[in-house]
Each structure stands twice: as structure tokens, then as C-alpha cells.
Design a protein around this ligand. Structure first.
Ligand code: ADP
Ligand code: MG
Length: 320
């Protein structure tokens, strides 16, 4: 990882006293990545529940502290959006950094994306949730931050039944737009990455907008639009924007929804609509289905969040 791409200044000072003196771990893991484990915990003083993300500082023999600091710094930059997970505090030990975050009790939207029809999102739900995602993303972009790993596993819900509000998590790949130099070292999850990432072309806020298009597609249909049998096939599908708006998957879904997705899943990043333009798209701007815009912009949050690591094999891509 090119360290020069990372933001190295944080306001949060990590605590060095034992985490377990102030928190008790609860139940099983909430999630796990290659270098991080997320666990539910309760703060002993307040009785409040949090999600603690334990990030290893050394990964494959390399010191990755600066990546974690970048993640914390990005969360601090994004702290004023209610749709970005709140960072409560940070601990540091010899081997790990612990991000104590707001607990999103509804879990990943991924679960509802792949659920049976009766538990799946309705189009009306998707309109409300995509609006919130866009308000969060607009906030990030206004702060010159790109998330670069927007996918159903990184969009959480405050509650699932009744359906709550969204929280964007996992800023492990996030960057300040003006610090991105080594594009080829940053790559998200194959199914959700934009063509410019695969082609080593410049990354920008438009890269996140592609992912919003994929998210809307998955949330409405339960189908991942570019997923192939193999990673190569997936990459090829993305590069060629090989996408169907088939009758079967889109049965009962409005033409406006399809039009919205089509305005994002465009190969040329400059032709994709921006987050602010998305919010004005007729699919989302109908007063019946949406909530007031102000809601996203007023609230303040105390802190930010978390997340882990990166990189996928780019070797495969060399063959294109
Ligand atoms: P990774 O980098 O390993 O993907 P994430 O930050 O995405 O780490 O966290 C992994 C998983 O843990 C998430 O996909 C989610 O299921 C769960 N998780 C993360 N943060 C929270 C949170 N604040 N509240 C509840 N669950 C969380
Ligand atoms: Mg994640």
C-alpha cells in the first residue's frame, strides 16, 4: 500500500488502558474480515451497546498501522452525517487497534437482498434506503472522501424489523480524493467495483456512484448484476458493462427505478450522475415515497468508524 495515499492525522487519541476494563464483550461475532473481527460489547459505565472492531496492526508481516489511522481520520472527516456510522472511541494495544462504534442492530442490508420474497425489500423500502445511502455518500463526496467499497455487506441497518435507517461502515479502502495516487493498489470486492478500477483509470467520486447503481440493482432484484462464474468473467462483465434489465428480475419494478440504475451503470465515469443529481432523480424525488432531505444534513455525530484492508489480485486483469 502506498503510504502517501493515506491520511495520517486524527483528532482521536487512542486509549491505552485495557479495553476490557471499560467494556464487556457480548455474544458472538458480528462480522469478520481478513484482518478484523467485529464484536458486540457493552460499555460498563453507561450500559450502552457498541460494536468493537479489532484490527490487527501487522498483516502478512507488514506494519499496517497507517491504514488504520487513515480509516479513523476518514471517519472523523465524515462524522457529521447521520448515515455514516459513529465512532465512539479508539483503543490501542501492542498488536491491535480497536474501533468502538455505534452498534447497528439491524445487520447488513445484504441479508434482505438475498432473502425470500416475503422478507425482501419492497421498491418503496429501496427508495427510502437508497436516498439515505445517497445522502451519506453526498456528505462523503462533499468532504472530498471516496468510500471505494460500497456494497451490501458494508451498508448496515439500525434495525431490521421494523426496517430502520442505514449506516455506512467499513472505511478501510476510503481515501481523500486529492491523495489518490496509486489506484492500482486499491481494489474493492470484484462484483461491485467500477470499470475504471479494473482498468487502472483515475478513481473519483464517480467510482462510488457506480457502486450505488449496483446496490440499487441488488436491493431491487436480489441479483448481483455482474457476477460471473469466475472472477475473470465478473471483471469482463463489468468492463463491458454487460448488464440485462431483464423482465424476470425486474418484474413489478418501476421504469423509473431502471432509468435511475441506467444513469449510474455507465462505463465513462464522467457520464454517471452525481449524488446530488441522483437525489433529484424522479425515482427518488417523488414526495410520497421519500423523506425530507433536511433530515440527513442537520444532525451532528460525535465520531467515526473503522475498517480493514484491501487489495485483490490484479494479476488477472493484466490479461485484458
Ligand atoms: P471488514 O473490513 O472486515 O469487511 P467491516 O467494518 O465491514 O470489516 O465489518 C465486518 C462486518 O461486521 C460488517 O459487514 C457487519 O456485518 C459487521 N459490523 C461492522 N460494523 C458494525 C456495526 N457498527 N454494527 C453492527 N455490525 C457491524
Ligand atoms: Mg466490510
Amino acid at each position: 500500500m502506498a503510504k502517501s495515499c493515506l491520511v495520517s492525522r486524527t483528532q482521536t487519541v487512542p486509549r491505552e488502558d485495557p479495553f476490557l476494563s471499560s467494556y464487556r464483550l457480548l455474544g458472538k461475532e458480528l462480522g469478520r474480515g481478513k484482518f478484523a473481527v467485529v464484536r458486540k460489547c457493552v460499555e460498563l459505565g453507561s450500559g450502552k451497546e457498541y460494536a468493537a472492531k479489532f484490527l490487527r496492526k501487522r498483516r502478512k508481516g507488514e506494519d499496517c498501522r497507517s491504514n488504520i489511522i487513515n480509516e479513523i481520520a476518514i471517519l472523523e472527516m465524515a462524522r457529521f452525517s447521520p448515515y455514516v456510522v459513529d465512532l465512539h472511541e479508539v483503543y490501542e494495544t501492542n498488536n491491535e487497534i480497536i474501533l468502538v462504534m455505534e452498534y447497528a442492530a439491524g445487520g447488513e442490508i445484504f441479508e434482505q437482498c438475498v432473502a425470500d420474497q416475503d422478507e425482501a425489500f419492497t421498491e418503496k423500502d429501496v427508495v427510502r434506503l437508497i436516498r439515505q445511502i445517497l445522502q451519506g455518500v453526498l456528505h462523503l463526496h462533499t468532504c472530498n472522501v471516496v468510500h471505494l467499497d460500497l456494497k451490501p455487506q458494508n451498508i448496515l441497518l439500525t434495525s431490521s424489523n421494523p426496517l430502520g435507517d442505514i449506516r455506512i461502515v467499513d472505511f478501510g479502502l476510503s481515501r481523500r480524493v486529492d491523495t489518490i495516487k496509486e489506484v492500482r493498489e486499491i481494489l474493492g470486492t470484484p462484483e461491485y467495483v467500477a470499470p475504471e478500477v479494473l482498468n487502472y483509470e483515475p478513481i473519483s467520486t464517480a467510482t462510488d456512484m457506480w457502486s450505488v447503481g449496483v446496490l440499487a440493482y441488488v436491493m431491487l432484484t436480489g441479483v448481483s448484476p455482474f457476477q460471473g462464474e469466475t472472477k475473470q468473467e465478473t471483471f469482463l462483465n463489468i468492463s463491458q458493462v454487460n448488464i440485462q434489465y431483464g423482465q424476470e428480475d425486474f418484474e413489478g419494478i418501476s421504469d423509473l427505478a431502471i432509468d435511475f440504475i441506467k444513469s449510474l451503470l455507465i462505463k465513462n465515469p464522467r457520464k454517471r450522475i452525481r449524488a446530488d443529481q441522483c437525489l433529484k432523480h424522479p425515482w427518488l424525488s417523488s414526495p410520497i415515497e421519500s423523506e425530507p432531505l433536511e433530515e440527513a444534513t442537520i444532525e451532528k455525530k460525535e465520531s467515526e468508524v473503522e475498517a480493514p484492508e484491501v487489495t485483490e489480485e490484479l494479476v488477472l486483469l493484466a490479461s485484458y
